[in-house]
Design a binder for this molecule. Structure first.
Ligand code: ATP
Length: 247
């Protein structure tokens, strides 16, 4: 398989934090591949390295050793400017707290990554992006005029407007009620079925992870288990076993 079929590759990635009295190995020799057209959930106990993993995939965190490759490009080989451009064009990021700009309309929020890239933005392009997340007719609404689920869908449209190789989502349903959460998960599932991109989501919720094709489990910065096409019960059982002390 050519490396371009992988949206993201982790090759023996390690990241240790040395800010406290003891070094903390947040990621230890993590190797994983994320193919376009797939939806992966990343789970693990608190402190297992999930956020560090996502931040390394997004180029927000430097790695100590190993390689992170996005869309066939090794992030560590890029200078600051090229990394900024790659992050803007190849990586979409969705946060638990939506992170929309409150003074901008839905359409203006969605157009922002293209404007930052210096591109002229067509009205129809933005309208289509909002339609793709089920928000036709809400172009002129500000975030405060939208529900949490609708705000998260605007954030997804914004993350996808540059047609990135990967959409990274950090607890995207964490701030939503279950109905809105399900809608967002169905949307992420549909977005991952597009073979141009992979979706990788960190979640604590086995029901959310049940929408994924594969679930990667981290413990103490290492991948300890991968489940393919798991049921919610299988995911919950694996999480319970990882969170239960062995002695
Ligand atoms: N900037 C940092 N400086 C020092 N230590 C850090 C830093 N970021 C993370 N860590 C440590 O690295 C380890 C992994 O943290 P990380 O946030 O990736 O875990 P997590 O699985 O996302 O946790 P949670 O589910 O609680 O959000 C933890 O022990 C954490 O304290």
């Amino acid at each position: 398989m050519s490396s371009l079929e992988y949206a993201v590759e982790f090759r023996a990635v390690s990241r240790t934090f040395r800010t406290g009295p003891e070094p903390v190995a947040a990621l230890c020799e993590v190797s994983a591949t994320f193919r376009r057209g797939t939806f992966t959930a990343v789970m693990g106990p608190s402190g297992s390295g999930k956020s560090t993993f996502l931040r390394c995939a997004a180029g927000l965190e430097q790695v100590d050793s190993g390689q992170v490759v996005v869309g066939g490009v090794e992030l560590a080989k890029l200078g600051d400017k090229a990394l900024t451009v790659l992050r803007r064009e190849k990586i979409g990021f969705v946060f638990q707290s939506f992170n929309l700009l409150p003074s901008l309309t839905a359409a203006q929020n969605v157009a922002l990554p293209l404007r930052l890239a210096g591109r002229r933005v067509g009205e129809s392009e933005v309208r289509e992006a909002l339609a793709a997340v089920g928000l036709s007719g809400r172009e002129g609404h500000r975030p405060s005029q939208l529900s949490g689920g609708q705000q998260q869908r605007v954030a997804i449209a914004r993350a996808l407007i540059t047609r990135p190789a990967v959409l990274l989502a950090d607890e995207p349903t964490g701030a939503l009620d279950s109905k809105n959460g399900r809608e967002v998960l169905r949307l992420l599932r549909a977005m991952a079925d597009d073979t141009s991109r992979a979706v990788v989501m960190v979640t604590h919720d086995p029901a959310a992870a049940g929408y994924a094709d594969q679930v990667v489990f981290l413990t103490d910065g290492r991948i300890v288990s991968v489940l393919e096409q798991p049921t919610v019960d299988q995911i919950a059982a694996r999480m319970t076993s990882l969170e239960t002390p062995t002695c």
